[in-house]
Design a protein around this ligand. Structure first.
Ligand code: ADP
Ligand code: ZN
Ligand code: ZN
Length: 817
């Protein structure tokens, strides 16, 4: 009987693929193992086994697999179930989910390998120079890679040579798979097996009396292993004995020492173990009890606790219980920046049980965390991670915590799967019958709505820890300040006064501006022209620090202009302002204080965040200027004043959630002020101090904001009342996009009538030389989500079969907010 496997390939194709395997392989292979398989003409892919069976595919001849890559599954059955949910819900393919779930190092790539061909060369002078060089190299080396060829020929384009040599049969080409993950090995030594008896040892020492240095090393090894009772690393031995590596090597060569390697993890925790967790105060204790009660009947509970109310300490108590039961915990955070502070806090309590997983980790480090979670190792019992950690191979998950659940960064926009980590985590938890706790000081409208509807449990925490008062929030009318000439650059007199006072008391200041760069737009005073990105429909942003104009969509950049490109005038002015300019102005206003900046530009690199956060914590920086990165749950002890430089660009953002978001952002950034015993102060500069949202922020009225926004969502048919699926069509050609979008929208309207909006160009229609056009499908509560998606998939399939539209890219985004 023939045997087959169905596999997932890491490519965006709908179908699963079937491969032929031998009987022996069928006994060995289990779902979740990796195999490498041939695909198309010459590609080799890493695939994950979905099932092992004996059903011959009907329409094609199944190929043989290339190689089995694992001894045990690296993906669990629950994970595959979870992936299937993600693919179906977010209208993506299993292959795309696999791509984003697996650390890159797990996905082996095939590589072209060049070996000698069959032709026999009689006269080498028949070969052209470049052909000869390759031919010659193959006389010394059995195989060459493309990079080898590039360096032999000292040029990038080596394909023509390969082609000519192939035609002459001088080389042959094949694809080879190589393993990308390399475990980190540490070198150890022990005494050779034949010297372990006491007599032989004595003999050895006598024998070495003429080689005192070697003798000393042997003695050192002895002492070390007696003292530590542990295996001895070569580095330790060298340090202890002062011996060079040559001496140690000589001993190994003589067989006196034996060397061996042990695989170790790249990320190691080496701090002190386990401080006792804090005693909760009355309010926290009550909230904890309410959460546990809610969990009796609900799988999901929302904790609405004002900033600095001590939510994290409550999480710690819940984690403690799970750890004592031996269960795994997933702690999701919206931003890598936050893991920095939290990981220290959690490691104090849980030591090396805490593992961190996020995209700034190297692929190797991620493989190690993956394996530790998969093997249920105690050292990865608590996973602290950003979005992608919901895809780890959990075994015995007991609790999921989603902190700052309202954050937009939980949503992945590109590439597919466009999943929301909070919602995906809730599904993950349900697969394990585990509980999910959502926490926020400013819950998303949809979570608060779910809590009100009784779908989630709901717990409130309205007191700040230590009874610190909520910050005092003052709105500053900068229109009036401008009129009365009370502005100094972008700083009002009030803001300057408060900063001066705060600094003189030795406290720190945060200044929030939701834009990076110096001043977003450069404008000609004479003709009004502003320099545009050649690839996108946006104006370039001025970055003063590097004197460059940059595009924030495609990273196009050019040197700052000396004169207007349109009229030649030298009078270029700047409109709007970003973090860089705030930083500049703050430096000029407070020359005796240290000003720092935290935004996308200053936090690149693995430790980018850590450096700035630490410097601020240690009060090496007095005034920290930053973008919304600053708002997310950071806990700084000495900040007393927060200034919002301009609230209006938040409020006027063209998005149905702009008001909700502005509320969240401003309350969160205010929450950074006065977290210990002093009351914080917040100044919000705005042209429109009577705006409802600003009034609600200044009185901390979440519920008012919620009710008002929810009314609007009813009226204008937006989430959480209606659901949304956004469809984007993308192509280089403007007319083609228009035609395609009209076709698509018309088909959708036949099903969904008035609930289809658009097609419409977004504010920035052209990005990287591609035009985008959006269609929005609104789904009323009564309408089945599954049926709606089925209809969209059908329409999408017919769309793809129209010849003219084949090159138009379609992006389906479920819950696009
Ligand atoms: P939130 O997450 O609600 O913003 P945190 O958990 O960060 O609040 O708590 C705010 C501050 O109060 C932190 O510095 C924390 O260490 C401290 N804190 C909270 N709960 C306690 C407690 N029970 N005992 C001592 N300190 C606490
Ligand atoms: Zn001009
Ligand atoms: Zn651009």
């Amino acid at each position: 009987m023939p045997h087959f496997i169905d596999v997932i390939l890491p490519i965006p194709l709908e179908k699963q693929f079937t491969y032929h395997i031998t009987e022996a392989e069928s006994e060995f292979l289990k779902p979740g193992m990796r195999v490498s398989v041939p695909f198309g003409k010459s590609k080799i892919y890493t695939a994950i086994v979905l099932s092992v069976h004996t059903k011959k595919p009907l329409v094609y001849e199944a190929k043989d697999i290339h190689q089995i890559l694992d001894e045990e599954p690296i993906v669990t059955a629950t994970q595959i179930q979870h992936w299937q949910w993600i693919a179906k819900y977010y209208l993506s393919t299993l292959g795309e989910v696999m791509r984003s779930a697996l650390p890159n190092a797990f996905i082996l790539e095939s590589e072209t390998v060049i070996t000698k061909g069959e032709a026999i060369i009689e006269d080498e002078s028949d070969l052209r120079d470049d052909e000869f060089l390759v031919y010659e190299a193959l006389q010394y080396q059995s195989s060459l890679k493309i990079q080898d060829l590039e360096s032999i020929l000292d040029r990038k384009n080596v394909l023509p040579v390969i082609k000519r040599l192939l035609e002459k049969n001088i080389i042959s080409v094949e694809e080879e798979v190589y393993e990308k993950y390399k475990p980190k090995l540490v070198r150890y030594v022990k005494l050779g097996a034949s010297y372990t008896s006491e007599d032989r040892l004595k003999e050895l020492l006598e024998q070495l009396s003429r080689a005192p240095k070697q003798r000393e090393v042997v003695m050192s090894l002895f002492m070390l292993s007696a003292k530590t009772q542990k295996a001895v690393k070569v580095t330790e031995l060298a340090e202890e004995s002062g011996a060079s590596s040559t001496i140690i090597k000589a001993l190994i060569d003589k067989g006196i020492f034996e060397e061996y390697h042990i695989q170790t993890d790249r990320v190691q925790y080496d701090g002190e173990e386990n401080v006792a967790s804090k005693n909760l105060n009355f309010y926290q204790e009550t909230a904890l009890k309410e959460i546990k009660d809610a969990f009796e009947t609900q799988n999901i509970t929302l904790l609405h606790g004002v900033t600095s109310s001590g939510k994290t300490e409550i999480y710690v108590k819940l984690i403690e219980e799970m750890v004592n039961q031996g269960k795994q915990v997933l702690y999701l955070l919206p931003e890598i920046a936050l893991t920095t502070q939290l990981v220290n806090r959690l490691q104090d309590y849980f030591g090396e049980k805490v593992a961190v997983f996020h995209s700034k980790y190297s692929s190797h480090e991620r493989v190690e965390v993956w394996n530790n979670v998969l093997n249920n190792e105690p050292k990865a019992q608590i996973i602290l991670g950003a979005r992608s950690s919901v895809m780890l191979p959990f075994h015995d998950l007991g609790l999921v915590i989603v902190d700052e659940e309202h954050e937009l960064s939980f949503k992945q926009f590109d590439p597919s799967p466009r999943y929301h980590a909070r919602d995906t985590a809730i599904v993950l938890a349900s697969l394990f019958r585990a509980k999910t706790l959502l926490g926020s000081a400013t819950p998303s409208l949809e979570s608060y709505f779910n809590a009100q509807q009784g779908k989630y449990g709901f717990v409130e925490l309205t007191h700040r820890f230590n009874n610190v008062l909520m910050p005092d929030i003052e709105l500053i009318d900068i229109k009036d300040k401008h009129k009365r000439k009370r502005m100094n650059g972008h700083f009002s007199d009030r803001l300057i006064e408060e900063i001066t006072e705060t600094l003189s008391e030795g406290h720190q200041v945060i200044l929030f501006q939701n834009r990076r760069g110096f001043s977003p737009i450069v404008e000609c005073n004479t003709c009004g022209h502003s320099p545009q990105c050649p690839n996108c429909d946006v104006s370039l942003t001025y970055h003063q620090y590097i004197r460059e104009l940059r595009c924030h969509y495609c990273s196009y950049h050019m040197a700052m202009l000396q004169s207007c490109q349109a009229c030649g005038s030298a009078e270029l002015d700047s409109k709007g302002f970003g973090t860089e300019q705030v930083e500049e102005e703050a430096k000029a206003l407070f020359p005796n204080h240290k000003v720092g900046r935290m935004d996308l530009d200053t936090t690149r690199g693995k430790f980018g965040y850590e450096k700035i956060i630490t410097a601020f914590e240690q009060q090496e920086i007095d005034i920290l200027v930053g973008t919304q990165m600053l708002t997310k749950g950071l806990d700084f002890r000495n900040v007393k004043l927060v200034g919002v430089m301009n609230a209006d660009n938040l409020l006027n953002f063209p998005d149905f959630r702009a008001h909700e978001r502005s509320y969240q952002l401003m309350v969160q950034v205010s929450g950074r002020a006065g977290r210990t015993d002093i009351r914080g102060k917040v100044l919000i500069q705005t042209y429109d101090p009577h705006h409802r949202i600003l009034q609600q922020v200044s009185t901390n009225s979440y519920l008012d904001m919620f009710k008002e926004q929810l009314d609007e969502r009813y009226n204008f048919k937006y989430p959480p009342i209606y659901r949304l699926i956004k469809i984007t069509l993308r192509h280089k050609d403007y007319n083609r996009v228009n035609l395609a979008a009209d076709w698509y929208a018309k088909s959708l309207r036949q099903f969904f009538g008035e609930y289809v909006l658009g097609p419409e160009f977004p504010p920035v229609a052209r990005i990287r030389n591609n035009y985008n056009k959006n269609i929005l499908v609104k789904i009323p509560q009564k309408q089945s989500l599954a049926k709606t998606k089925e209809a969209i998939v059908r329409i999408n399939n017919s769309f793809n079969s129209v010849k003219d539209f084949r090159a138009v890219r379609v992006v389906l985004n479920v819950d696009n907010y």
